[in-house]
Design a protein around this ligand. Structure first.
Ligand SMILES: *Cc1c(COP(=O)(O)O)cnc(C)c1O
Length: 461
């Protein structure tokens, strides 16, 4: 399998190099040159397999160079760290509605599902190539802790995580800043998540700096992150009767990584009815799916901070397909976005998107009400991100079963949850002393040169 850039001007790479490279050198994102196909029999053959075995089977065609047994060993190691034996268990809420619980990993959000595997893939590839890397990542709250957990104490990796100062919850911040390993560096940026993400992209696009520090990415601009998430769409659909029954998914969305994995599953042959992109008030994607116009707006802080994003990096991967994989079109769109704050796609491209995608926007009051309703009706406590997804599933009523992705454990967002249902959800046992642990982080202005100096000063080799 070769990987190509969405902007058409970077070299094609194999999986190992895509993993270490992150962002393509032309500023684009890597995507597979074609989509591996799963026949209906292949899909039926996944029924009843342990999650790690299904994962190895689904991921194998994307990862040439890694033997089947070796991959299975890695998926097993990655997913034994999950608190539920099913890894991503389904819970039925009502007729036709299910939650897919993606938060049983060590840092309590769905980011662990990909990151636990990614840490192991990095280790393998770095020792094979005898290289070291400096990972620089931006987080809106959950990627950071999941990446730190996956990379801490690994010899060949230094990791720097940028988060927006004062805009992540205390639990989210402490899950990052209380990891005191030598190779872990947290940076509070005086700005928004979009500022953090723009700084990381700018650092990547400074090719001299990028080479100097051997820079790599664990944000969902890294293809390996996205592909690891394809697995749970397929396994849960199969558990509910795919390929003989079409299911829909409702996906709380920020950077478009998780929902793009759902799109990839559909492109690989998983029968899917609707894929619902659910946003909070930061609704650039919702507006796009309504009108075909992708236009930046101000970021506002909400109860679902991991989705407080305006520029959704992974959306570029969908734009590339909607442009019939023409890198020149994507380059023009991205230039317009940077220079004029937005662009439009042709009506035919929007129509193509509507074959599978739907979108919904959920405001703060509806988010709170949904948490309260689910607690009252089902005795289940959901987090605000999950509530945004579920509200969309309930409001848009697709035909047939719909699976809402429960992306975070409610204990990560105790204030919002308590306000909505009166219960303060406790942290699981391995995190009960989180509030007593020592923290370490630096605070930096939103400035590329300052960030670069900071990284130069702290990385180990
Ligand atoms: C990251 C995150 C999201 C958004 O996922 P994207 O892949 O960025 O769209 C939703 N919910 C939670 C809890 C998250 O951590």
């Amino acid at each position: 399998m070769q990987y190509i850039s969405t902007r058409g001007q970077a070299p094609d790479l194999d999986f190992g190099d895509v993993l270490l490279t992150g962002l393509a050198r032309d500023g684009g994102l890597y995507v597979p040159s074609d989509w591996p196909q799963l026949s209906h029999d292949d899909l039926r053959g996944l029924a009843g397999l342990p999650y790690s075995e299904a994962a190895a089977r689904i991921l194998q065609p994307f990862m040439d160079g890694i033997g089947g047994d070796e991959l299975l060993e890695m998926t097993r190691a990655a997913y034994t760290s999950f608190a539920d034996p099913g890894v991503v268990p389904l819970r039925q809420l009502s007729d036709g509605h299910w939650l897919m619980e993606l938060f049983h990993g060590p840092t309590l959000a769905f980011k662990d599902v990909a990151m636990q595997l990614l840490g192991r893939l990095f280790d393998r590839e770095l020792s094979r190539q005898q290289r070291r890397v400096t990972i620089v990542g931006a987080t809106s709250g959950d990627t950071g802790s999941a990446a730190i957990e996956a990379c801490k104490d690994r010899d060949a990796i230094d990791i720097f995580i940028l988060y927006p100062h004062g805009r992540v919850t205390e639990v989210q911040r402490r899950q990052m800043t209380t990891v005191l390993s030598d190779n872990v560096h947290n940076i509070a940026i005086e700005g928004t998540f979009d500022d953090c993400q723009a700084l990381v992209k700018a650092a990547f696009n400074d090719l001299a700096f990028r080479d100097e520090i051997s820079m790599s990415a664990v944000n969902s601009i890294n293809w390996a992150r996205v592909v690891a998430q394809v697995v749970y769409y397929i396994t849960t659909a199969v558990a509910l009767g795919a390929p003989d029954r079409k299911v829909s998914f409702a996906v709380p969305t920020g950077n478009f990584g998780c929902v793009f994995a759902g799109y990839a599953a559909a492109r690989m042959g998983l029968p899917m009815d609707k894929l619902i992109v659910s946003t909070n008030r930061n609704d650039i994607l919702y507006r796009f799916f309504q009108t075909g116009s992708y236009r930046m707006d101000q970021v506002v802080a909400t109860q679902s901070p991991s989705m407080d994003i305006q520029v959704a990096s992974n959306f570029e991967r969908l734009l590339f397909d909607l442009a019939d994989r023409d890198g020149g079109t994507v380059r023009r769109q991205m230039a317009e976005l940077a220079e004029q704050g937005g662009f439009e796609v042709p009506p035919a491209a929007l129509q193509q998107a509507h074959r599978i995608f739907r979108s919904h926007r959920v405001d703060e009051a509806a988010t709170t009400a949904t948490i309260g309703d689910v607690y009252r009706d089902n005795g289940i406590i959901i987090d605000p991100h999950t509530a945004v997804g579920l509200r969309a599933a309930l409001d848009l009523v697709p035909d047939g079963p719909v699976i809402t992705l429960a992306t975070a454990h409610p204990a990560k967002f105790p204030d919002a949850v308590e306000k909505a249902c009166g219960i303060r959800p406790p942290l699981p046992a391995h995190l009960t002393d989180l509030y007593e642990r020592e923290e370490r982080y630096a605070t930096l202005p939103n400035d590329l040169a300052t960030l670069q100096d900071h990284i130069r000063g702290l990385r180990r080799n």
